[in-house]
Design a protein around this ligand. Structure first.
Ligand code: HEC
Ligand code: HEC
Ligand code: HEC
Ligand code: HEC
Ligand code: HEC
Ligand code: HEC
Ligand code: HEC
Length: 255
């Protein structure tokens, strides 16, 4: 509908294509559920109207909102425990950004930019397991922390080590050494030995090598002739490199 060149409300309503709000069978009820909130109305005392007339006659232009395209604009509702609008899922009031340890990309880098009803806004579809979505950004040149990330051995997906559900795109996490807990801290995250020496239930296709490694049956073999490695996990890095993000996991011995 484009009657009278009226502003089109594509996203952020019950029946939207991508960004749906609380479901009402009547779309008008969806509009009213937000537009009748006190902060959406001009002050008035002639309290004779109906829901529709409040919205139409007393609607306030929210020129007080942060500029579109900024995180602050989205966070006015999505990172604000006192946001008054009707949420299906209370967790949508406290969305963190993608990255915790590094400067994060902006909401607009993944959701596009616009005011809340603009058709430009998007909700990306993220089916797990997944790597293609991630490598659009992480598979390229960039800062040292960003660039050239690949699936481990061409087969283990980014999400298997970084997301415990599709929601944990914000914030992304690290799978811990026990193979089942997650946190935003990098400390004690999965290393080679956790998957290749212990049978991890989530990574059953990982080939298992002996524990301790049999390069020499002496556990401290790396230190016998000098400083080569001082721990079992250090030994894997010594011969293979940190190949957690390499399509060819055998690493440097191959070249
Ligand atoms: C989740 C709450 C919410 C829902 C649902 C909602 N709106 Fe909005 N709407 C807002 C907010 C907040 C603004 C102001 C945003 C801004 O200025 O960037 C707004 C802005 C508007 C504007 C632009 C007003 C201006 O100042 O230019 C129109 C028109 C509008 N809404 C109509 C509708 C209609 C029609 C529906 C139902 C189909 C609807 N809205 C559903 C919250 C909502
Ligand atoms: C005026 C408040 C408001 C603003 C501003 C706002 N949103 Fe929302 N948004 C909502 C509400 C309310 C919902 C419904 C969530 C629910 O039902 O749990 C929603 C839903 C969403 C959803 C879908 C949630 C789901 O579970 O499918 C996405 C994605 C989203 N918003 C992204 C954004 C982005 C990106 C911005 C900034 C451009 C933004 N929103 C700005 C209030 C807002
Ligand atoms: C790196 C990309 C990325 C960034 C940056 C990002 N999002 Fe998202 N967002 C997504 C993806 C992908 C989904 C869909 C997740 C799913 O399917 O559950 C999503 C879903 C959402 C949802 C729906 C609830 C959910 O968790 O599924 C909301 C609300 C939302 N984002 C808001 C924001 C806000 C606000 C920001 C900025 C503070 C932001 N997003 C930054 C990629 C991103
Ligand atoms: C829109 C681009 C974009 C997409 C898509 C994206 N990322 Fe990121 N990600 C970034 C940026 C930018 C950073 C910050 C890194 C930096 O500045 O060096 C980051 C940071 C990270 C970090 C480090 C977080 C921390 O706080 O330590 C991890 C892990 C990560 N991303 C994994 C993923 C995974 C897994 C996916 C796919 C599900 C994904 N990213 C999708 C842009 C993106
Ligand atoms: C086998 C598990 C595993 C897979 C698969 C994996 N990662 Fe990681 N990733 C890690 C671990 C563990 C760290 C933390 C490294 C550390 O402690 O230094 C990490 C660190 C990162 C970082 C932070 C910067 C850095 O280099 O430390 C980014 C960004 C990242 N991964 C993105 C990705 C992306 C994108 C993919 C898919 C292409 C992916 N990862 C696949 C385990 C994995
Ligand atoms: C989170 C679990 C996990 C971690 C951590 C991990 N791997 Fe793997 N790795 C796997 C899985 C699963 C496969 C099998 C993938 C496949 O089917 O191709 C694999 C494959 C391999 C292969 C290929 C084996 C072959 O026969 O093709 C090598 C070599 C390897 N990993 C070495 C390493 C090294 C070295 C590290 C540490 C830098 C490491 N892996 C960390 C899960 C892991
Ligand atoms: C002294 C060097 C060296 C060290 C130390 C070492 N590797 Fe290897 N690794 C190799 C070589 C060489 C191969 C290839 C053997 C072959 O092709 O038959 C290999 C093969 C593998 C494979 C593939 C096995 C298979 O059955 O397909 C895995 C997995 C692996 N290493 C993991 C590890 C892990 C985990 C560690 C640390 C605990 C480690 N490696 C320490 C040199 C080493």
């Amino acid at each position: 509908m484009t009657n009278f060149s009226a502003l089109q409300v594509a996203e952020h309503r019950s029946g939207a294509d991508e960004i749906k709000t609380l479901i009402y069978s009547d779309q008008n009820d969806s509009c009213i559920s937000c537009h009748n909130m006190g902060e959406m109305l001009r002050g008035f005392t002639d309290n004779k109207g109906t829901n529709f007339s409040f919205v139409s006659h007393y609607g306030k232009e929210r020129i007080d909102y942060p500029a579109q395209g900024t995180n602050a604009y989205c966070n006015k509702c999505h990172n604000n425990v006192s946001a008054v609008f009707p949420f299906n899922d209370p967790a949508n009031r406290t969305i963190s950004n993608h990255s915790t340890n590094y400067a994060s990309p902006a909401c607009a880098d993944c959701h596009a930019s616009g005011r809340i009803h603009n058709s430009t806004l998007a909700k990306p579809v993220l089916l797990l397991p997944n790597s293609t979505y991630c490598t659009t950004c992480h598979g390229q040149e960039g800062s040292a922390s960003m660039k050239n990330k690949d699936k481990h051995n061409g087969n283990v997906d980014c999400t298997q080590c970084h997301l415990n559900s599709s929601r944990s795109i914000h914030p992304v996490r690290y799978l811990k050494e026990d193979g089942s807990t997650w946190s935003v801290s990098k400390a004690n995250s999965v290393n080679c030995t956790n998957c290749h020496q212990e049978k991890s239930t989530n990574f059953t296709t990982a080939p298992i090598i002996p524990d301790p490694i049999k390069h020499s049956s002496n556990i401290s073999n790396g230190t016998i002739w000098g400083i080569f490695w001082t721990s079992e996990s250090g030994s894997c890095f010594y011969c293979h490199n940190d190949t957690r993000h390499n399509a060819t996991a055998l690493g440097k011995l191959m070249h």
